[in-house]
Design a binder for this molecule. Structure first.
Ligand code: TMP
Length: 212
């Protein structure tokens, strides 16, 4: 039995977590076994790495250090969570995966694609999502939503290390994502994240039901 590995991508504040929550309930109501998870994170090791990656104290982290930490978290996540869930027929809803590395460390931090590819191969054995939902919205809208949110780790900075980046960084991330969608239109479905929450959910559910 093989499950389905579905990932959610988008710039900061694009509404991924809300949509994952709604979709998980929708699928469970229809009798599917659903695993929701996130990157960086999803395992005890990955969650520790997440704290390092998002910590605003580490302003001098090099792009390659960043890439390798994401890859380390992902390697553990694939082994411990994604592959076992897929093998037992579950639907995995994952908040970010390797397209985030292509957009953030590739398009925005300018690491060469050949290194990203080699690291992806090493960390995941080239495991690709069956479907990717890209929630797309203008950078200004996403960042405005992020400003209004509570900090993820109470007591720490309201905006994490990435959220504190300038607008042009986020613009490169957005364009990086749109480029992936253009290259792989079968796998990556772009959905307008400015629409009303339930209208967005309906579009996502339509794409998901197509592959189930
Ligand atoms: P989140 O805020 O959506 O949970 O994601 C954490 C941050 O990590 C977000 O700013 C995007 C960034 N990120 C990367 O730069 N590369 C990656 O491979 C992943 C998974 C996330």
């Amino acid at each position: 039995m093989t499950g389905q590995f579905i990932t959610f991508e988008g710039i900061e504040g694009s509404g991924k977590s809300t949509q994952i929550r709604i979709l998980a309930d929708y699928l469970k109501l229809r009798g599917h076994e659903v695993v929701t998870t996130r990157e960086p994170g999803g395992t005890p090791i990955g969650e520790k790495i997440r704290r390092v990656l998002l910590n605003t104290e580490f302003k001098n982290m090099t792009p390659v250090t960043e890439l390798l930490l994401y890859a380390a978290a992902r390697c553990q996540h694939v082994q411990e969570v994604i592959a076992p869930a897929k093998e037992t027929g579950k639907i995995i809803l994952c908040d970010r995966y390797s397209d985030a590395t292509t957009a953030y460390q590739g398009a925005a931090r300018h690491i060469d694609a050949k290194f990203l590819k080699a690291v992806h191969q090493l960390a995941t054995g080239n495991l690709k999502p069956d479907l990717t939902i890209l929630l797309d919205c203008p950078v200004e809208m996403g960042l405005q939503r992020v400003q209004e949110r509570e900090p993820e780790i109470p007591g720490l900075a309201n905006l994490d290390r990435f959220e504190q980046e300038k607008i042009d960084f986020h613009e490169r991330v957005r364009q990086g994502y749109l480029k992936i969608a253009k290259t792989e239109p079968q796998r990556v479905k772009v959905i307008d994240a400015l629409a009303e929450v339930h209208a967005i959910h309906e579009k996502i559910a339509e794409e998901v039901m197509r592959i189930l």
